[in-house]
Design a protein around this ligand. Structure first.
Ligand SMILES: Nc1ncnc2c1ncn2[C@@H]1O[C@H](COP(=O)(O)OP(=O)(O)OP(=O)(O)O)[C@@H](O)[C@H]1O
Ligand SMILES: [Zn+2]
Length: 820
């Protein structure tokens, strides 16, 4: 009998593999520790799942233990296993999601010369030896040798012969990403003369972006934001327009954006807050794993309740996790938590470098920060002795991960994590998801309601009364166009309302949930419209960067003129994106100071914060943007909210379209009149009768939910049904559909054995081609009463019967959210 370890490899290969534990590693190779193991011809990172005793016959030894203290505490290791089983992915994929990116150790084969170049009498071998000599000491990764020889593949045979002859050696070398991630390519504007040399739309986009950034930026970030490639950088570099250089990645001491925030004292709670807090505290005190739905209208003071509950948990020596949608990680939110808990709060966000993330993660694990606030992935933060998990804006779709697997829903993982830890979970929202409402209706979750806004000073200045929810007016755009001959995007009434705010020095938030200048460019004569070469969507006109862009893959192209199809000069722009609305506001209100907030103005680190800071200081009159402006903002001087087009998204073929529309409208409406100044909301729409809009207009969540839940029940959709999405992707239309058909057949065979399970599809995805991948969908639908595990094993069985041809991919998505 010897010591053995069951190891979860950190790959998409499912399963647990057993290795021998050498004596010198016995003390450290405990469950949760990262280890280096031989895996096929590679050496990869894994995590020890379990230690057992047994025979060592044919077992390979662990190569190394990478942690003196286990990377994953036992509770998280167990949680990842649940995630893998529920979300139908490999355990290793779930473990990877729980570890900070960059903790993975890769090994690669590196070659070193042992003899001079002329020791080999054939051309290719000599070239290899020469290249190795240039890099002596460090050696050269074998993969890079292909490039040396200008070939597609590495000549493995030649290498073996050279190794056998003793002129070179090839060794496995371990690379720790957490160490190597420290330097990276940076860019800044060069001082070459502009414009003349700039040809492509991508070059221009990159230059514009760098000009706006006005500082040194990570190349990767700049390329991701503009769709430019490293060859774009190279050609700009030759013209002296851009400088590229390697530099150390800025890494703050504690991985966080520390800013001194003056401490705040707790407020006197109003009665509804007190009642909610007492229920939550009661559960924390008795360490009762209870899940609460904190349903409070916008501005009802939910955050104040979270703060007090967190304090209770901390006072009992417990730690806590607060999940917020990425978009809500605004300086405002973070400051409120910092004001109460100072440097006991760790803030995680997606813009952290791998090094920063690793630092923060290590310190959280070491117990430095008892409170962690962050987006989706923070649900896996390695805090010990968990007492409370808060999920703010629990209805947000961004809690669901799309790619890569695990396609988990952070809210549901949060509920599960809290439950397993005996901790309290609070799901807060003004517009809870139908899933959560159904769970509250079924009394699985305890419902806490705060139906009124926080009291403010009344007109006499002394008595306090709840600030009313703002009155909402609907403007029928179809009528406006007919009767008032409306040309632009802003109706007469909306213009008047903005004028009134400008006169009073009050602020306006405008929502237009579509970025770019115009969504459609079309030829008036032949009807031609530009489409992406790689995706089945049309290209959006971007005026700021003078190009057409694909919002799916980022491809940028020059705006054609004349029409490439018929030569007519009559190219028209249809519809408005944020850029076009901005232009209209600037035309109509030349004196107004406008800030635009969308993906294009916030792609830089810190940009989002800067915009909101300026608006908060009163340096702007109008904040215009996509859904980013709809959520979580609390500015006392905002008295007008205008929705330019309430219809975007309303009519999408998705069973959640109405729910999403209602949520967006109710949330954005909730930004107006939150304090002493009364607010007003104007919704412009072409579908004034749509129920989502009608209920939002009356601030009637319960009315909306009642109708919506009725429909879901009738159709067997969530929350009354279970769904598993199967996305089949491939390089050719025919082969992709053929694979989807085989999946359909396998799923139907399995579904035939279980009552109530239905298989829908295959059908082309809503966007049938993205980045050259054809996409076909199937949907497995089952009644809620069927246990999730039964549905999971049904899909797994079908999966085992269909072979995925090379170059194709199949993604399983449990509880899918939205169209993709
Ligand atoms: N008890 C209280 N006394 C005075 N002011 C309060 C109290 N509770 C909250 N506030 C203030 O009222 C405003 C709204 O509260 P908060 O932002 O917590 O609401 P919310 O429910 O989280 O809002 P939303 O869901 O719209 O984002 C904030 O400015 C907050 O500081
Ligand atoms: Zn595209």
């Amino acid at each position: 009998m010897a010591a053995l370890a069951h190891v979860v490899p950190l790959t998409s290969v499912d399963g647990v593999y057993t290795y021998r534990v050498p004596d010198e590693m016995a003390a450290e190779a405990v469950p949760g520790a990262r280890v280096l193991v031989p895996f096929g011809r590679r050496q990869i990172t894994g995590v020890v799942a379990e230690r057992v005793d047994g025979g060592t016959d044919g077992l390979k030894p662990l190569h190394d233990v990478l942690d003196a203290r286990p990377a994953l505490p036992p509770d998280l290791l167990a949680l990842t296993r649940w995630v893998a089983e529920y979300y139908l992915c490999a355990w290793g994929e779930a473990v990877k999601a729980a570890l900070p990116s960059g903790t993975e150790v890769e090994s690669r084969r590196v070659a070193r010369a042992l003899a001079p170049p002329d020791a080999w009498d054939e051309k290719r071998g000599r070239a290899i030896l020469r290249a190795l000599h240039e890099r002596n000491g460090t050696g050269l990764p074998v993969a890079a040798l292909a490039e040396v020889l200008n070939r597609k593949t590495v000549p493995q045979n030649l290498l073996r012969r050279m190794e056998a002859a003793g002129v070179l050696e090839v060794e496995h070398e371990v690379q720790d990403a957490s160490v190597t991630a420290k330097t990276a390519r940076h860019l800044r504007l060069g001082d070459g003369a502009e414009d003349a040399e700039v040809r492509g739309a991508k070059q221009r986009a990159l230059l514009d972006w760098l000009a706006e950034a006005g500082e040194v930026v990570l190349q990767a970030e700049a390329l991701a934001a503009t769709g430019a490639s490293s060859s774009t950088v190279k050609s700009l570099e030759t013209h002296g327009l851009v400088e590229a250089f390697d530099a150390e990645v800025e890494r703050r001491a504690d991985g966080m954006d520390v800013e001194a925030v003056p401490p705040a004292a707790p407020l006197d709670l109003h009665p509804a807050q007190t009642a909610a807090l007492e229920a939550i505290v009661g559960a924390i005190q008795t360490a009762r794993a209870e899940t609460f739905l904190l349903h409070g209208v916008t501005g009802s003071g939910k955050t104040e309740v979270y703060l007090r509950a967190l304090r209770e948990a901390l006072d009992r020596g417990k730690s806590a996790i607060v999940l917020v949608p990425e978009i809500a990680l605004t300086p405002q939110t973070v400051r409120r938590f910092r004001a109460h808990f100072g440097d006991r709060v760790a803030v995680l966000h997606s813009r952290m470098s791998p090094g920063e993330r690793l630092d923060a993660w290590t310190r959280i694990r070491d117990g430095v920060y008892p409170i962690v606030i962050g987006p989706r992935s923070a649900v896996f933060a390695p805090v010990g002795d968990l007492g409370l998990v808060v999920v703010d804006e629990e209805h947000e779709a961004s809690y669901k991960q799309f790619d890569p697997a695990p396609r988990y829903h952070a809210r549901d993982v949060a509920v599960m994590r809290a439950y397993r830890a005996g901790a309290v979970c609070v799901l807060g929202s003004a517009t809870p998801s139908m899933e959560t409402v159904a769970n509250a209706n079924a009394e699985k979750y305890t419902r806490l309601e705060m139906p009124e806004r926080v009291p403010v000073r009344g007109p006499d200045g002394t008595t306090r009364q709840p600030a009313p929810l703002p009155p909402v007016r609907v403007i029928d755009l179809t009528r406006e166009r007919q009767i008032r001959r409306l040309k632009g995007a802003l109706s007469h009434d909306l213009r008047e309302a903005i004028t009134a705010r400008l006169a009073k020095g009050e602020q306006t938030i405008l929502l237009q949930n579509r970025r770019g200048y115009a969504p459609v460019l079309t030829c008036d004569d032949c009807g031609w419209t530009p489409a992406c070469r790689d995706c089945a969507v049309s290209l959006t006109v971007h005026k700021a960067s003078h190009n057409l862009r694909c919002h799916y893959c980022g491809r940028a192209e020059r705006i054609p003129r004349p029409c490439p199809s018929c030569g007519s000069p009559a190219l028209a722009l249809l519809g408005s994106g944020t850029q076009r609305v901005e232009e209209e506001i600037e035309e109509v209100f030349p004196e107004a100071r406008v800030l635009r907030m969308d993906l294009d103005t916030t792609s830089r680190k810190g940009a989002h914060r800067k915009i909101l800071d300026r608006f908060g200081r009163g340096d702007a009159d109008v904040l215009l943007g996509t859904q980013m402006v709809a959520k979580g903002l609390d500015f006392p001087r905002v008295t007008l909210v205008g929705v330019v087009e309430a219809d975007t998204g309303m009519l999408l073929p998705d069973f959640r379209a109405a729910e999403r529309t209602f949520q967006l409208l109710a949330q954005v409406a909730g930004r107006a009149g939150r304090h002493d100044l009364p607010g007003e909301v104007l919704l412009q729409t072409r579908n004034p009768e749509h129920p989502a809009l009608q209920f939002a207009l009356r601030h009637d969540f319960h009315g909306f939910a009642l109708g919506e839940l009725g429909e879901r029940m009738a159709l067997g959709y969530p929350p009354y049904g279970r769904l598993v999405g199967v996305e089949v992707k491939g390089p050719h239309e025919g082969s992709t559909f053929a694979l989807a058909d085989r999946w359909g057949a396998a799923l139907r065979t399995e579904a035939g054995r279980v009552a109530g399970v239905e298989v829908l599809g295959p059908v082309p995805a809503f966007v049938g081609r993205v980045k050259r991948w054809w996409r076909v969908h199937l949907l497995v639908k089952a009644p809620r009463s069927l246990p999730a595990s039964v549905l999971a094993s049904l899909v797994r069985t079908a999966e085992g019967r269909v072979k995925t041809p090379s170059g194709h991919r199949v993604n399983l998505d449990v509880d899918p959210v939205g169209l993709y």
